[in-house]
Ligand binder design. Structure first.
Ligand code: IPD
Length: 282
């Protein structure tokens, strides 16, 4: 156990990543069950957010509320950053060094259409460092987990990423934002990339894309415009599988760009993305 003295003078004990992961897995599975049940009953209360194509369903909100309540019951005093409700936390419980980062349904458009590629993504940060994460595919039950320093796993199997070394032979995943102007820029980048790689995949859930790269089911992945909740859990799964996760020109992975690739591919893909100004545009 690591002793942490917090600014407020409260001395608490930072929980072990494995303990946080166990909570995350349980809570994510329960959230996934709710999303599945609600889908079986019919997707309802679809509203739009940033643009007319950026949707939120009643299930996104219900799962987020449920996960927040479950986390609060398990660990009062932690804060939660979620896609739908922002930051919540009960500081009257004393406050802790733990922040949970949640995307209740990553791949909401797939959820809407019934394409079986959408996930609960839940990560735990301790003092700003992601130490545990789970990505649970709601439709299939596939589950990827990682703890900091403890490796990445899918259903108990350790993950090591792709062994591909030649970008021209690499299957590269990516995604597009909801803003039409951003998409146009992303499409321009893709135009420059597609003839230089084996092929492109756009599966519609960034958290799962990062896990597919961790597993070597795609060789690499990049995307501009991701939020923390899209990448926190999947990013840890990717790095714990041995992938390099970063932005361009030494910047960390973030809204400008997230690139995840095995060390042998990262440099070449990075340079090409710099050339194509992948982190630029709106
Ligand atoms: C979206 C998905 C998609 C990615 C978008 C994300 P959401 O998240 O991860 O694959 O391309 O950038 O916003 O809206 O389904 O939670």
């Amino acid at each position: 156990m690591i002793a942490v003295v917090r600014e407020v003078g409260v001395k608490d004990t930072a929980p072990e990543p494995q303990d946080l992961l166990e909570i995350a897995v349980r809570v994510a599975r329960d959230g996934a069950a709710t999303a599945r049940r609600m889908r079986a009953e019919g997707v309802s209360a679809v509203a739009t957010k940033s643009t007319a194509t950026d949707v939120v369903t009643a299930a996104d909100r219900a799962v987020e509320r449920q996960v927040i309540a479950d986390l609060r019951a398990a660990r009062p005093g932690d804060t939660v950053l979620g896609e739908e409700y922002g930051t919540s936390g009960d500081q009257s419980a004393g406050g802790t060094a733990v922040r949970w980062i949640l995307d209740p349904i990553d791949g909401t458009v797939n959820y809407l259409y019934g394409l079986p590629n959408y996930a609960v993504s839940l990560a735990a940060e301790v003092d700003g460092v992601v130490v545990a994460g789970v990505v649970h595919n709601i439709a299939t039950g596939d589950e990827w987990t990682a703890t900091l320093g403890g490796g990445a796993h899918r259903d108990g199997r350790r993950l090591h990423g792709s062994t591909e070394t030649d970008l021209a032979q690499a299957l590269v995943g990516t995604g597009f934002g909801y803003d039409p102007a951003r998409r146009l820029h992303q499409a321009t980048v893709l135009l420059g990339l597609i003839a230089q790689v084996r092929d492109i995949r756009r599966a519609g859930a960034a958290a799962i894309d990062l896990c597919l790269a961790a597993e070597g089911l795609i060789d690499a992945y990049y995307e501009k415009g991701l939020n923390l909740w899209d990448q926190a859990a999947g990013g840890l799964v990717a790095t714990e599988a041995g992938l390099v996760l970063g932005g361009l020109k030494g910047r960390p992975a973030g809204p400008d760009l997230v690139v995840a690739a095995p060390p042998a591919l990262f440099g070449h893909l990075h340079d090409l993305l710099v050339e194509l100004d992948a982190a630029g545009g709106p």
